[in-house]
Design a protein around this ligand. Structure first.
Ligand code: BGC
Length: 437
């Protein structure tokens, strides 16, 4: 059956906006899928996608989740307000019974290359961006993608990875919740011949990790420490100053690397008395924050402020390993601290933190352009799936206890009030509107 639909409202809005800006953009797979699902009142999965290089034509093939219907959607930039939907019923009588019994009749097995993407949580802005970029870029290359978020629950993540293996993923990209909690699921992947890319966080105690793509996390910590040292002019002997420290989840290997990098810069100044930590909390276990939660960082900061800084003592710097923990410290300072704002570090350039930076409440955030990291993971997946040599730039550092994992390192960048516009807005990462400007 062939039907031509006038454009549907949501898409027509997108097209309208794009047209106002002088160019017609190919609608996203998600938008098209939404409209197909609305039209046929069924759930669909993308089977294939074909977009002309100049973006003038596109075609998506969707298959209903119950395997009964295939819908082809065609679009042309000449007539961006119209979609051509072509549907055909599928034969679901199922394959011949095998010796081990018949296969389920209602499952259409996708047999093209498929990539599983396992992300830790939707709670933090960064992982949503990572997941979206990876999915879009892989789909643009024609791969099917199974993107899952595990609500920071290790059991959920393990079962999602197992499902990805069972549903035929050829490559799985994993940002692990805990460094060594997914190793059993990875054994299954290894047995099934699936290539595993650890994403951003190294996976420990598993020989099934084939590659790692990450920012240089130790250097990132080092840069945070150096930022504080420069802001307080420690090299010229200034001080004494008070500093407190907040890092991330102790089971995330990155948290230790950020901490080590920063402390390698700050420790000499703590030892020579230029920096004092009035709480006395400097050991990694004492300054860690479960699940990197803003609320946990906040309540620890509140305790520290009321116990050590409530009689006019000044806090000159607060090393925070990332933005979610920095936000907790900033909330606590806002509510309980009377002195002038300390130099606070962060990481991820989350919108709430950049807004705080503009308000003078956070000094810096390490920018990890998720587009670059996602891009590298996609390049790796593509190299693996097309049989090319996989490019890495570090083959010595990332020993996961079983092997030294070949790694592609991406450089992080310091963002503060002086360069945020150029790095975050001029680069298209955020708009002025995103940052409330
Ligand atoms: C990532 C950080 C992130 C943190 C909390 C770390 O492993 O490297 O970018 O802020 O996890 O999700």
């Amino acid at each position: 059956m062939k039907k031509i639909f006038a454009v549907i409202l949501s898409i027509s809005l997108i097209m309208g906006l794009a047209a106002c800006a002088g160019k017609v953009e190919v609608p996203s797979k998600k938008d098209v899928q939404k409209e197909v699902e609305k039209e046929y009142d069924m759930d669909f999965d993308l089977d294939s996608k074909d977009i002309a290089e100049d973006g003038s034509e596109a075609e998506w093939v969707f298959i209903s989740e119950d395997g009964t219907l295939e819908v082809t959607v065609s679009w042309s930039a000449d007539d961006p307000d119209e979609f051509d939907f072509d549907d055909k019923k599928l034969d679901v009588t199922g394959p011949e019974p095998t010796e081990t019994g018949p296969l389920p009749t209602d499952v259409v097995q996708y047999d093209g290359p498929m990539v599983g993407v396992s992300m830790p949580t939707k709670d933090l802005q960064r992982w949503n961006q990572d997941g979206d970029y990876i999915e879009t870029e892989l789909e643009n290359l024609g791969y099917a993608v199974d993107l899952q978020y595990a609500a920071n629950d290790t059991y959920t993540q393990v079962s999602q990875i197992e499902n990805m293996v069972n549903s035929g993923c050829d490559v799985i990209i994993v940002a692990a919740i805990e460094s060594s909690s997914v190793s059993e699921a990875l054994d299954l992947a290894e047995q099934a011949g699936v290539t595993v890319i650890a994403y951003d966080r190294l996976i420990y105690e598993s020989d099934a990790v084939d590659y790692y793509v990450t920012f240089d996390n130790y250097t990132l910590g080092l840069m945070q420490g150096e930022y504080i040292a420069a802001a307080l002019d420690l090299e010229s002997g200034a001080g004494p100053f008070n500093i407190e420290i907040t890092t991330g989840d102790a089971s995330d290997n990155n948290a230790m690397l950020f901490y080590q990098g920063a402390m390698d810069v700050l420790n000499p100044y703590i030892e020579n008395g230029q920096l004092a930590v009035l709480s006395g909390q400097t050991a990694f276990e004492d300054v860690a924050t479960t699940s990197w939660k803003t609320e946990s960082a906040q309540s620890r900061a509140e305790n520290i402020i009321s116990a050590y800084y409530s009689n006019g003592e000044q806090i000159d710097a607060w090393l925070c390993s990332n933005d979610s923990t920095a936000l907790g410290v900033e909330n606590a300072l806002e509510a309980y601290y009377q002195g002038s704002y300390p130099v606070i570090t962060g990481q991820d350039c989350d919108i709430a933190n950049i807004k705080n930076m503009l308000d003078g409440k956070q000094a810096m955030s390490m920018f990890k352009d998720t587009r670059n990291l996602a891009y590298q993971a996609v390049v790796m997946a593509d190299e693996i799936l097309s049989g090319q040599v996989v490019e890495v730039n570090d083959t010595v550092t990332y020993d996961n206890g079983e092997l030294v994992v070949p790694t592609y390192l991406v450089e992080p960048v310091v963002v503060d009030i002086n360069n945020y516009y150029e790095i975050l807005i001029d680069s298209g990462y955020y708009t002025e509107y995103d940052l409330g400007l």
